[in-house]
Design a binder for this molecule. Structure first.
Ligand code: PLP
Length: 436
């Protein structure tokens, strides 16, 4: 069981409404910091540990700055993500650049920032060498390079990311061995190994198994390529309990289980200085962010519907994956679940539903009292702190909501404003329209 809480009361939300009308995201800074400390403490069993927060999960530099202060770096896979990490003060090898189908200018920027480049393919070794070649003809390859491994049939599938053998990422095992040999010949001196094979996976054993696979591979690489890897990056993909009946993976059990495998496999091979890196996104911020909306309309047709002032432009996961997000109604936390309804957004797509046939307390809607648009209940959508606002889009002219930060002292800071119509039009070449 996992408990679903929300740090603000209905009265506080009403108080905030004048400055911050719904919908909005709100993140709990104190909870994010405490969680980051728990992660670092659990993984302190290793000689060295570095978490590179997956920026794509929550690409806001305020959040990145908080995580930087807690010792985390970033995992980036695009130029804007590199710039965000830089903005937040994450520098050099604290940043991992794990991209695929990468344009030259992104590799060049990553190199410029001193980020660790994690190659996605064997052919990228020569590509990178070509684009980084120095004017004097010498190799501009960085000292440290990491390679992404795709274990193919050696690793079982996972619901969201699919089977590794059908995934577009990474080197095969043979390519990896050849790749390290080639990099070594080209003068690279420090090496990392990376693997990311799961998404939202709640099985502890699955993640331990990935660790075992990579530790054994590190030993094989030592034997076949004559090099000691500097780090193994286990990637992200650790799940969170979206449903109240699910259980979170314990950081201590995960780090402790990995350490046992580490000692057993790497010890005899003399690889006892190997650093452990991770790229967790979802479990770092996911449970500590909420989408807050208001109930606007109710309709009773073949089913009962409650319509919000938000839509899937703000949170796509339910529409995209049929994902469950827990919903609570502030002020009605302990009210009996007397109705079954679909909680929907306003986008012209029928899968724009935050919840389908969900048992909830009776929800009041604003439209019942048009003279007081604030009379509708607040609707809190839980576990939206990762892959939430970030996945949003503007289809149907829908404008995405802003983001707030609940500070440890209880105050609220706006860290992203809501989009305006002008933002939606900003990329149009309107100057030419009149004469067109
Ligand atoms: C998305 C992604 C992550 C983070 O995944 P989570 O499920 O949020 O932990 C880490 N590494 C890479 C390469 C990714 O693509």
């Amino acid at each position: 069981m996992s408990t679903k809480s929300f740090p603000l009361s209905k009265a506080r939300l009403e108080e905030m409404e004048r400055l911050y009308p719904t919908p909005f995201y709100i993140y709990d800074e104190k909870a994010i910091r405490e969680n980051a400390r728990r992660i670092n403490r659990a993984f302190s069993v290793f000689p060295a540990y570095q978490e590179h927060f997956a920026v794509k999960a929550l690409p806001n530099p305020f959040i990145l700055k908080i995580l930087m202060e807690e010792g985390f770096g970033a995992d980036c896979s695009s130029l804007p993500e590199l710039l965000l990490a830089d903005m937040a003060g994450m520098k050099g090898e604290a940043v991992m650049f794990t991209s695929n189908e990468t344009p030259a200018r992104e590799y060049i920027k990553a190199r410029e920032l001193g980020a660790v480049i994690n190659l996605d393919d064997f052919t990228h070794i020569e590509f990178l060498e070509k684009i980084l070649k120095l004017p004097d003809g010498n190799s501009g390859l960085p000292d440290l390079i990491s390679c992404r491994y795709n274990p193919g049939p050696l690793k079982g599938g996972n619901a969201i990311i699919g089977k590794p053998e059908e995934a577009k990422y990474g080197f095969t095992r043979e390519q990896l061995i050849e790749g390290y040999r080639l990099l070594k010949r080209k003068g690279v001196r420090r090496f990392g190994l990376h693997c990311m094979v799961a998404s939202n996976e709640l099985s502890l054993d699955y993640h331990l198994e990935t660790g075992r696979l990579l530790f054994e591979l590190a030993v094989e690489i030592k034997g076949k390529c004559g090099l000691n890897l500097e780090f193994v990056n286990l990637g992200g993909g650790l799940g969170i309990p979206y449903r109240p009946e699910e259980e979170a993976v314990s950081w201590e059990a995960l780090a402790g289980g990995l350490k046992k495998l580490y000692d057993r496999i790497l010890g005899p091979a003399g690889l006892t200085n190997l650093a452990i890196h991770t790229e967790y996104g979802r479990p770092v911020t996911g449970p500590y962010g909420w989408l807050v909306a208001r109930a606007l309309h109710r309709k009773s047709i073949y089913r009962e519907y409650v319509g919000l002032d938000s839509c899937m432009a703000d949170l796509m996961r339910p529409a995209l994956y049929g994902a469950y997000h827990h919903i609570t109604i502030p002020g009605k936390e302990n009210a009996p679940l007397t109705e079954t309804c679909d909680v929907v957004g306003s986008l012209c797509e029928n899968n724009d539903k935050f919840a389908v046939q969900r048992k909830l307390p009776k929800i009041a809607v604003s439209a019942e009292n048009p003279y007081d648009p604030r009379s509708g209940d607040f609707v809190v959508i839980h576990d939206a702190g990762a892959h939430g606002r970030a996945m949003g889009f503007n289809y149907n002219g829908k404008l995405r909501c802003g983001e707030l930060l609940l500070r440890p002292d209880g105050s609220v800071l706006r860290i992203r404003r809501a989009e305006k119509a002008e933002d939606y039009f900003a990329t149009l070449d309107l100057a030419g329209l009149a004469a067109f």
